[in-house]
Design a protein. Structure first.
Length: 217
């Protein structure tokens, strides 16, 4: 296994689950999914000794989807999510090597007001969180020239922070957020940047309030 592609350390899991349990203990549970449309993506591979361009970017056809859980009450929630995202047209502008970029973030976030998906009213909100993300450039079509030189493009991790703001549609459990997610790795000088729009759907909240519009969150 590539030394850059290691599972998150145990303390990351413990931190996420501890915060989630704390919210569950006095609040409510939500489950659904999240989708992203990234306006811009950029990834910088770890340092190597091949002196080739390490960065790739994409501004078109960047999509991701994955499950999301919420723990909280009224205008506050803690969420845990993971996605798999694809930048279909991403490539290295320093020297074309291939196409496509993949990202797999695991994120724990604090969500406020409309971003909580547990609000009783339609209102704006914001979110802040962090975690770890696995990235890969030149996902397909790596040119023979670079294959013959021994160049590899494996998954590599970055530690991420994410902030977003937008609007939540009350008991529907739906929220739309613009977000910025930045990632880094101090040992390998790898980095990641994702800027886009996130669509959260708390399916349990939507189903509950669709059946009973007068129910209290």
């Amino acid at each position: 296994m590539n030394t850059y592609f290691q599972p998150p350390k145990l303390r990351i899991y413990l931190f996420i689950f501890f915060l989630g349990f704390t919210q569950w203990a006095y609040g409510q549970f939500g489950a659904g999914f999240t989708m992203n449309t990234d306006i811009y993506q950029r990834y910088t591979n770890p340092m190597d000794n091949q002196n080739e361009g390490r960065s790739s970017g994409s501004t078109l056809l960047n999509f991701s989807i994955g499950p999301k859980l919420w723990f909280g009450k009224n205008n506050f929630s803690f969420s845990v999510e993971s996605q798999i995202g694809m930048g279909f047209t991403g490539y290295d502008t320093d020297g074309y090597k291939g196409m496509g970029m993949i990202n797999v973030p695991i994120i724990g976030s604090f969500n406020f007001n409309g971003a909580s998906t547990l609000s009783k009213d339609n209102k704006p909100g914001f979110s802040i969180g962090g975690g770890i993300q696995y990235n890969k450039t030149e996902a397909y079509g790596l040119r023979d020239k670079y294959v013959n030189q021994g160049l590899k493009r494996d998954f590599f991790p970055t530690y991420i922070i994410q902030a977003g703001g937008g609007f939540g549609f009350g008991p529907s459990g739906v929220a739309f957020l613009g977000f910025v997610r930045y990632g880094f790795h101090p040992d390998t000088e790898a980095s990641s940047l994702n800027i886009g729009i996130q669509y959260d759907i708390n399916y349990l909240a939507f189903r509950k309030n669709f059946k009973n519009p007068n129910s209290a969150l």
